[in-house]
Design a protein around this ligand. Structure first.
Ligand code: DQA
Length: 144
């Protein structure tokens, strides 16, 4: 089992950016948590972060061409704007879980649209970085 864990813009700033919304766990801490969790589950994980929309499209396509079994994605602000990322996700037809660290549904009006949701089998919001682990678990259960 191989999962791609993709993070969009500003998620490399975790631990620094708006801790009231995103907590104090750094991106490196998050990667370590995910690696350990995947090791316990005997799941291979590929971690990618980018601040660029097209690069996120490339990583979604990479998941397909590298025969991933699923994608966990937090597209950051591109969640609310990017049809290109939605199209890439749909093209792969891979099971995908959308994750947001903050409770987006209780935030600004401009965060209430999610393009990627149309391609997601589930959405996890407001659970902090633990949401990524829950998303991984969900994809593992789906595979069984
Ligand atoms: C986010 C929520 C988005 O609205 C925001 O632009 C982010 C992070 C989250 O994880 O809560 O960059 O996706």
């Amino acid at each position: 089992m191989k999962l791609y864990i993709l993070n969009g813009p500003n998620l490399n700033m975790l631990g620094i950016r708006e801790p009231d919304h995103y907590g104090t766990t750094t991106y490196e801490d998050l990667c370590e948590m995910i690696r350990e969790h995947c090791e316990d589950l005997v799941v291979e994980c590929v971690l990618r972060q980018t601040n660029h929309e097209g690069e996120l499209v490339d990583y979604i396509q990479e998941a397909y061409f590298e025969d991933a079994d699923g994608i966990v994605i937090n597209p950051g602000a591109y969640t609310h704007t990017s049809i290109a990322i939605l199209d890439a996700a749909k093209a792969t037809r891979l099971p995908l879980v959308e994750v947001h660290i903050s409770k987006v549904e209780e935030r600004e009006a401009y965060r209430q649209v999610s393009y990627i949701r149309e391609a997601a089998i589930a959405t996890i919001t407001g659970k902090g970085t633990a949401g990524y682990l829950e998303a991984i678990d969900l994809l593992c259960v789906k595979k069984r």
